[in-house]
Design a protein around this ligand. Structure first.
Ligand SMILES: Nc1ncnc2c1ncn2[C@@H]1O[C@H](COP(=O)(O)OP(=O)(O)OP(=O)(O)O)[C@@H](O)[C@H]1O
Ligand SMILES: O=C(O)[C@@H](COP(=O)(O)O)OP(=O)(O)O
Length: 429
């Protein structure tokens, strides 16, 4: 990446010096713009690639040349922070490193370990709905005869990958309390998916996540190997936070919250995630999380990066697993305070229960304790399987002799099933 803001002999010297120090051979120079010190007709010794703007110049260079590393010899005012993050996204998406004087970004290593058709559900942040979508996808594919297994990874996952045969076992409160007694984080995603979707899950752990989503440490590759040996037809990999399972897959579903800062979805290395995905689900696409205008604006931002990417706006609705009709319930969740009332009313009208109390503080044990202390007497607890669902809610239910029922979040969106099945069929095909 060079520009006309630098005097040509300075650029030429720098190109030689970088080639020498990196042991690299230049294949092309993307000319990003800048006129101040430009001398028309300068021979930079490499094919020059131009674009309408700095980002498109790099995009064109990457599409016209096989490149291992993009070296940034430009600077402001030709490119700024935003352009650099877009260029980083482009480089990484093409499998190239992006190197500047004081930084280096590497594409995440996505290992080719799955011997089965595979899909991944990845996200742009925590609690944007990856697990809800993975569970929904698993149930959809099970119904359609794909015979899926799920490999989950989480920041509370097991030291060695663990298999739960959700279709054979009753993963209910007794099972989860037993896991808790063994020292497990019994609300981890693989317990959640096995219990709510009744599919075979492989639980894995990860710690840390890079800008482009590579976990610092994880046992997902081992988990993927275990999934290869299961009697399943398709493997679904579920991400964690904005971190991606470090595996190559046939298709990738990106889950982003419509309520998120658009910069986190389409800017920074959100752009990279958009570039390597095959479908974008915009969850929480309703008031008060995100109104029509916000959703529209976000889709426009996404289109600037990936005009061809199918986008499905969705909303979540709670779905109890088991019969709650006629029960007076305490509903416990991680949903924001602003939507709790709406979710409670949905449970009442759709499932015939009474939600006598609701708390959205499942991931804050101190606040949760205060909420629980202030609740009126109920017949049963209805909780998501997340955060303190087992160590606090399920344990409390057992001590009080009150049943604890579990609740999933179903994504609802026009054309959702069709898009998911299209990807699954493509993967199998
Ligand atoms: N209608 C709604 N509006 C806003 N938030 C909702 C709504 N329904 C459910 N939620 C919340 O959305 C979140 C979805 O979480 P989900 O687990 O699926 O996401 P995730 O990205 O996989 O995170 P994690 O793995 O930590 O659970 C939950 O916090 C849930 O309570
Ligand atoms: O914190 C995480 O890593 C997972 C859940 O972790 P576990 O509870 O499954 O261990 O949540 P996510 O980031 O996917 O929203």
């Amino acid at each position: 990446m060079i520009d006309g803001e630098h005097y040509p002999p300075v650029v030429l010297d720098a190109m030689r010096s970088v080639e020498g120090s990196m042991g690299a051979v230049g294949v092309a120079a993307a000319f990003l713009g800048g006129t101040e010190k430009l001398k028309e007709g300068t021979d930079y010794g490499l094919p020059l690639v131009h674009g309408d703007d700095p980002v498109s110049a790099v995009a064109r260079a990457l599409s016209e040349h096989a490149v291992d590393v993009v070296v940034d010899l430009s600077d402001e005012p030709v490119i700024g922070y935003r352009e650099r993050m877009r260029i980083a996204s482009l480089s990484l998406a093409e499998g190239a490193r992006y190197v500047g004087s004081d930084f280096e970004l590497r594409p995440p290593k996505l290992r080719d370990v799955s011997t089965k058709p595979s899909l991944a559900v990845v996200g742009t942040g925590k609690r944007v709905g990856k697990t809800a979508v993975s569970g929904y996808l698993a149930r959809l594919l099970a119904r359609e005869g794909f015979d899926p297994g799920v490999v989950s990874m989480g920041r509370g996952g097991p030291p060695r990958p663990e298999v739960i045969e959700g279709h054979k076992l009753e993963v209910g409160s007794a099972y989860l309390l037993e896991a808790l007694e063994r020292g497990a984080h019994a609300a981890s995603d693989y317990y959640e998916t096995a219990a709510l979707s009744r599919v075979t899950t492989v639980g894995c752990r990860r710690c840390g996540g890079g800008l482009a989503g590579e976990p610092f440490v994880s046992n997902v590759l081992e988990g993927a190997g275990i999934a290869n040996d299961l009697r399943t037809g398709v493997t679904l990999f579920d991400g964690s936070g904005a971190a991606m399972p470090p595996v190559r897959v046939d298709a990738r579903i990106l889950v982003a919250g419509a309520h998120q800062d658009p910069e986190y979805v389409a800017g920074y290395l959100g752009a990279y995630r958009l570039m390597i995905s095959d479908l974008l689900l915009l969850t929480m696409s309703e008031e008060p999380m995100a109104g029509e205008e916000k959703v529209r604006d976000l889709i426009e931002r996404v289109r600037e990066i990936r005009p061809d990417l199918p986008v499905v706006p969705t909303v979540f609705r709670p779905r109890p697993v088991g019969d709650v009709s006629g029960l007076r319930l305490a509903y416990v969740s991680t949903a924001p305070e602003s939507v709790l009332n709406k979710l409670a009313r949905h449970l009442e009208t759709r499932y015939g229960c009474e939600v006598a109390a609701a708390s959205g503080n499942l991931s804050d044990r101190r606040r949760l304790a205060a909420d629980l202390d202030g609740m009126p007497p109920v017949d049963a607890y209805l909780t998501e399987i997340k955060a303190a669902a087992i160590d606090v809610i399920t344990r409390r239910g057992a001590e009080e002799g009150r049943p604890v029922l579990y609740c999933d979040n179903d994504p609802v969106g026009e054309g959702l099933d069709g898009e998911l099945l299209r990807l699954a069929r493509g993967a199998v095909g």
